[in-house]
Design a protein around this ligand. Sequence first.
Ligand SMILES: *[C@@H]1O[C@H](CO)[C@@H](O)[C@H](O)[C@H]1NC(C)=O
Ligand SMILES: *[C@@H]1O[C@H](CO)[C@@H](O)[C@H](O)[C@H]1NC(C)=O
Ligand SMILES: *[C@@H]1O[C@H](CO)[C@@H](O)[C@H](O)[C@H]1NC(C)=O
Ligand SMILES: *[C@@H]1O[C@H](CO)[C@@H](O)[C@H](O)[C@H]1NC(C)=O
Ligand SMILES: *[C@@H]1O[C@H](CO)[C@@H](O)[C@H](O)[C@H]1NC(C)=O
Length: 496
Amino acid sequence: MCPMNLCLISLLLILPLMRGELNFNNDLENHQKFKSVPTTIKTYENDTVLLPCQLDTPFHYVRWHRDDVPLVDSRHPEIPPPERVVLWANGSLQVSNLKSEDTGDYYCEIMSNSNHAVQVHAIEVQYEPSVVTEPSGVLELPIGATFEVVCMAMGVPQPAISWRLNGNTLDQYSNAGNRQSHIFEIKSRSMAGLIECLAANGVGQPAVAGVQLRVLFAPEPTLPHPVVYTKVGDRAQLECIVEAAPAATLQWFHYGVPVQMGAHINSQETELAGSHALDSYVSLVKHVLTIKKVRDADMGQYECRASNSIGFRSATVELTGRPMPCVFKINPGTQSSTSHVLVWQTESMLPIMEFKLRFRQIPSANITRPVKTNWTELTIPAQVTIGPIYITSYTLHGLQPASLFEVSVLARNSFGWSDNSKTVRFATGGEVELPNYSTESELQYDATEEIFENEITQRSHIFTASMTHNRATNCVYNTLVYLTIFMQICLAMRYT
Ligand SMILES: *[C@@H]1O[C@H](CO)[C@@H](O)[C@H](O)[C@H]1NC(C)=O
Ligand SMILES: *[C@@H]1O[C@H](CO)[C@@H](O)[C@H](O)[C@H]1NC(C)=O
Ligand SMILES: *[C@@H]1O[C@H](CO)[C@@H](O)[C@H](O)[C@H]1NC(C)=O
Ligand SMILES: *[C@@H]1O[C@H](CO)[C@@H](O)[C@H](O)[C@H]1NC(C)=O
Ligand SMILES: *[C@@H]1O[C@H](CO)[C@@H](O)[C@H](O)[C@H]1NC(C)=O
């Protein structure tokens, strides 16, 4: 055991009180006889200290004890004093080249003609703190694990211990009475990093020791493109980026069947550089499944399944010939009070056959009671244009003036229907106060396919719709690119 241990020091402090040899009964009387005063000397290793023991009167003999260890006695000069200890003729005790074991209480017992007295001094040999942790080095544990870090600090006086996680001081102690150990629970990956224990006792610099925590976790696959648009005969690539610790292995499935690698389909992986130095143990790999020449049978749902010792996770990616979702390019120019020009764009590897447009009136601010009108669905045949980019313009007529509408559109090619476009709003000319819709997501509050299908009750004959493809397309196409950003700004200002 270390000699600086607090318990041991306490024990040494108690021991002298149990000895009968020295007389402490007349403390006050003792004090009055001494010229020297009791002192506690706090000093450092290798120093020399002088403890005085001086009476008002000349003395017969003097002897010293450290705690219960006899050191010197002037009546027995033939007994050599311990190493590094000297008794001077004036009764003072010198201890040189101090070591940790010299820490203690020093009792001077002195006798003159008339007096017998005892005085106590103390020496504390101070040591800079030092600290070790258990465990130390690198600790690898999965999310959910609980572990204890024990911190053993040494130094005189006893150092105070504090904890840090990634430089942030921790003040939650699982066992408040004992600051020497800290229990950690790994709640998330963000706990990864450096756990440190600091010991400070006012002597020299605080000491630091630590353990590097690596949080292990089941693979986390992400898909840069959850839907990959292609057509038969094209080359297609499916990407799956996997983050994992330890590194994961990956397998591709097509409708649940493992993908057979060969001349037709192969997969590559590329190690991506970790973003954070502390997370350098995290493996980040991009897996690419390449289909050289897409066949009809290659279309459909793919699964990238990544697994490591902690677990496995999957992500599904769709390879499809469907058109991409349409994107509205709303013309901010003034519209008539009863009609509105809609422009949208989509991309398709196969020719677009038709569009399905749905719209409905939504409450504007001057309608006190919210009215929910049903969706109106229009089928709009596609014009014959050359892809893969298709820009379509369509004018809605017979709309209620000064009103607010929302609209979405789908496109179909020979492969199937696209996903829904985002639902966007437009207003017909006239004074219309817009309600407080703050975000795009609010717009899509009930624009689900189910509601859509259920509420198609009004048919297109109620509204006279006219096609304005050719002229509008040419005009809009040229200005669209330049206007897009401007439109988005206008829309944002108009609708927020
Ligand atoms: C005391 O002396 C020893 C031996 O020379 C040395 O190793 C140690 O570092 C010294 N301690 C201090 C606090 O200077
Ligand atoms: C006692 O003697 C030592 C050695 O001569 C001296 O250094 C010290 O100052 C003396 N102490 C007193 C209190 O006279
Ligand atoms: C909303 O207010 C405008 C102008 O104040 C009015 O022309 C329009 O009819 C109102 N709309 C409804 C639905 O009350
Ligand atoms: C909307 O559709 C529902 C269910 O089909 C029907 O009961 C309701 O009358 C329709 N509302 C309007 C305003 O047409
Ligand atoms: C819109 O919000 C503002 C402040 O957030 C509020 O004063 C105003 O009454 C709201 N208007 C409507 C129509 O809810």
